[in-house]
Design a protein around this ligand. Structure first.
Ligand code: EZ4
Ligand code: CO
Length: 401
């Protein structure tokens, strides 16, 4: 069996998604997600100009060898563009292998370790009444664990409740500018969780994403202040490329910690895992080089009783989501899956076998990933330039986003 074609499809049914489609001489196709929110076309070029020509003629069954040759052979290692491109190849080859075996991918990953995959959803509101309504809406959708994001008194636009990107009069797109004040945030958050606990009771698992905005000392204080509200986790409390900084956070709080959605290599987790400084690894299949390397991360993390929590916002395509759900079902140290859900238009372009019921996902039993890309419909939603927000303090200084 040989690879005869590798093409890249960009579609924007509400937001941009990049998909690699690999075709074999037997006519089997595999899909991989290469979406990198706000920098999509860099990955398209990496795949089209530099990777696709290398794939033609290769045996699609040699997944590990192909991964290693793309990673080591480029000489320039790691980074989100490279690792999203390699992830797309890896996932597409797993899709092909599982289709040829006539098995859903999770069966090739060791089979099911559980019956279903628990998820958490996002609730956000500018103030308490709006936030409570958002939590109720998620509960009605079936979610059983909820991430809480909220506005902060005195700030106009904050992560999770920011609004629409800024458009210039000439139609060019600029990033939305959000506002930040760490002191106001630290003073406000304990009262938010107290109000949510009073309204929804002690049992509902609650999560919160600090989105890389704190220093280790500030993160330690927030973790301590939130202990009475029994969080499932506090996410990305610091920009954790300073892995050693988590020692200080860890030594001051028992609030569980989750980190890693922007990481793209197992080396980014080395100190965090070896010293058991976190409780959940947050890498995404799509940004971590695919199924092959993220399985190694989860096995590494398991040795320190650390669990998986695959990043699953709506900017990972249903192809990347499907790969995540197959892994979630198969690995032993599964923790939770983020699942923001998709627009109806996205679900039409990417028809999928996975299902969402009572707050739980299941990958389905279709051979491979179980995702079909409707290329005609995809073409009806052309690429639309878009940026992630930037975040500024009151005096205009750029802050971590
Ligand atoms: O803001 O993926 O936990 N989830 C998140 C996401 C990120 C987006 C950025 O593209 O932090 O919602
Ligand atoms: Co996050």
């Amino acid at each position: 069996m040989k690879i005869v074609d590798a093409s890249v499809v960009v579609t924007s049914p509400g937001r941009n998604f990049v998909t690699l489609k690999i075709t074999t001489d037997d006519g089997v196709t595999g899909l991989g997600d290469a979406t990198l929110n706000g920098r999509e076309l860099a990955v398209v070029s990496y795949l089209r100009d530099h990777v696709a020509p290398l794939l033609i003629g290769l045996d699609p069954h040699r997944i590990e060898d192909t991964w290693q040759s793309l990673y080591r052979g480029a000489y320039w290692r790691r980074g989100p563009v490279t690792m999203a491109a390699i992830a797309a190849v890896d996932v597409a080859l797993w899709d092909i292998k599982a289709k040829v075996a006539n098995l859903p991918l999770y069966q090739l990953l060791g089979g099911a370790s559980r019956d279903r995959v628990r998820t958490y959803g996002h609730a956000s509101g500018r103030d308490a009444p709006e936030l409570f309504d958002s939590v109720r809406a998620r509960l009605e959708q079936g979610y059983q664990s909820i991430r809480i994001q909220t506005g902060i008194p005195g700030l106009q636009r904050v992560y999770g409740v920011g609004g629409e990107p800024d458009a210039l009069p000439d139609g060019r797109v600029r990033p939305l500018v959000e506002d930040w004040d760490t002191g106001a945030y630290l003073r406000h958050m304990p009262s938010v969780f107290e109000a949510v606990r009073n309204e929804f009771g002690p049992e509902l698992p609650l999560l919160h994403d600090a989105h890389h905005r704190l220093t280790p000392l500030q993160a330690a204080r927030l973790g301590k202040d939130l202990e009475p509200y029994d969080l499932f986790w506090l996410e990305d409390c610091t920009p954790a490329e300073n892995q050693e900084g988590l020692r200080l956070v860890r030594s001051h709080t028992t609030t569980p910690l989750a980190i890693g959605e922007v990481f793209n290599s197992i080396h980014d987790f080395r100190t965090l895992v070896n010293e058991q400084l976190i409780d959940y690894v947050r890498a995404a299949v799509t940004h971590f080089g695919g199924v092959s390397p993220i399985r190694k991360l989860f096995d590494f993390a398991a040795q320190q009783q650390i669990k998986s929590a695959i990043h699953g916002p709506e900017d990972i395509s249903p192809v990347g989501m499907a790969a995540a759900i197959h892994l979630d079902l198969a690995i032993h140290n599964f923790g939770i899956q983020e699942y923001a859900g998709y627009t109806a238009a996205t679900d039409e372009v990417f028809r999928h076998a996975y299902t969402f019921t009572d707050g739980h996902l299941h990958p389905g039993e279709a051979p491979g990933l179980g995702v079909e890309l409707d290329e005609e419909l995809a073409a009806a939603h052309p690429y639309a330039p878009a940026y992630l927000p930037v975040n500024r303090l009151a005096d205009g200084t750029v802050h971590d986003w």
